[in-house]
Write a protein that binds this ligand. Structure first.
Ligand code: PA5
Length: 320
């Protein structure tokens, strides 16, 4: 499998994925939504929660571990996401949510979660099998966006999806990603994002980890200004800062980012700014995510590592 080709299929995946939630309805009252998922199947929940923060009609939380919150009950919509369907933490949460009487929706390509769906009569969004989980992010996010919208649990303008697709289909991304990757030779990337894009910075980090096999760190404004900033009081090491900033950030955010950038450069650390453009947060989030996925691929190539290998993650799962 050529991961570059798979990453480049993201617009096609989105077109396919928007059909996956057709007819999916939750007829009973829902007071809160709890997501569970790990790694490549955990980040979709973080992205959804942030994207829908100003339109969600109920609170949404994401669980990345073995436990679900104490408030989970019959009026909870529990959304378990696992590409393989076999992730121990996610299946454990799903069973616990079932015991508490939550409504269940699983997003998976098969495995134990699919079997659990038969046993518990959970609803299922089936995603196509055969991909690395991290390459299925569009298959997770878009059907859920639509399902939540159709069930009045959040709002998404269909025009935003169309505009996001158009932006992703522009030819510039691969070249841009190669240029960013070139700047990251031999350094550890630190990704900082404007408020509202923290999960996208985290996605960049995770893709650098899994695809390029390097450490990477992520944080978001304004929180990083209250702690991580102090690391620039000295020259902190061989880092390269990637700043994901929204061209439509409010003035106070631009000011904050500009001053931070000045402090980082003063500490001798290079900064590359990536200005997110577009009419909606969906476009900005997904073009930034796409650029990050491509960049991690090219960093992997410059390091000569196998971009698909996740052997240590698999070995750990086997040994549990
Ligand atoms: O990208 C990966 O391979 C991992 O981060 C997996 O997504 C993670 O281990 C969870 O597995 P799954 O997505 O099958 O639930």
């Amino acid at each position: 499998m050529d991961l570059l080709q798979v990453i480049k299929q993201m617009p096609a995946q989105i077109r396919e994925a928007v059909q996956f939630a057709n007819g999916l309805s939750f007829d009973a009252q829902i007071d809160n939504i709890v997501f569970a998922g790990m790694g490549g199947s955990g980040i979709p929940a973080d992205i959804l929660i942030t994207l829908l923060s100003d339109s969600a009609s109920v609170p949404m939380v994401s669980c990345k571990g073995y436990t679900i919150p104490s408030f989970v009950g019959p009026k909870t919509l529990f959304i378990g996401i696992s590409y393989s369907g076999n992730t121990e933490e996610t299946t454990t949460c799903a069973k616990a949510a079932h015991k508490r009487g939550a409504k269940l929706l699983f997003v998976t390509s098969g495995g134990r979660l699919k079997n659990l769906a038969y046993e518990t009569q959970a609803k299922v969004i089936a995603v196509p099998p055969g991909l690395p989980p991290r390459a299925a992010v569009a298959y997770f996010v878009f059907p859920l966006l639509i399902a939540l919208h159709n069930n009045r649990l959040a709002k998404i303008d269909p025009l935003d999806i169309k505009l996001a697709l158009e932006a992703l289909e522009k030819p510039q991304w691969e070249e841009k990603a190669r240029a960013v990757a070139d700047q990251l030779r031999g350094v550890t990337p630190i990704i900082y994002a404007s408020e509202g894009y923290g999960p996208i910075a985290l996605r960049w980090k995770q893709q650098f980890n899994e695809n390029a096999k390097i450490h990477a760190f992520a944080n978001a404004f304004p929180e990083l200004n209250h702690n991580e900033l102090m690391a620039y009081a000295q020259r902190p090491g061989d880092f390269h800062i990637l700043l994901l900033r929204d061209e439509r950030d409010p003035q106070h955010m631009h000011r904050r980012i500009d001053v931070t950038k000045e402090f980082i450069r003063r500490a001798g650390i290079p900064v590359t700014e990536l200005m997110l453009k577009g009419q909606s947060r969906l476009t900005k989030a997904f073009t930034a995510l796409f650029l990050g996925d491509l960049t991690s691929y090219f960093v992997a190539k410059t390091r000569g590592v196998d971009v698909l290998d996740v052997g240590l993650i698999e070995e750990l799962k086997r040994r549990l």
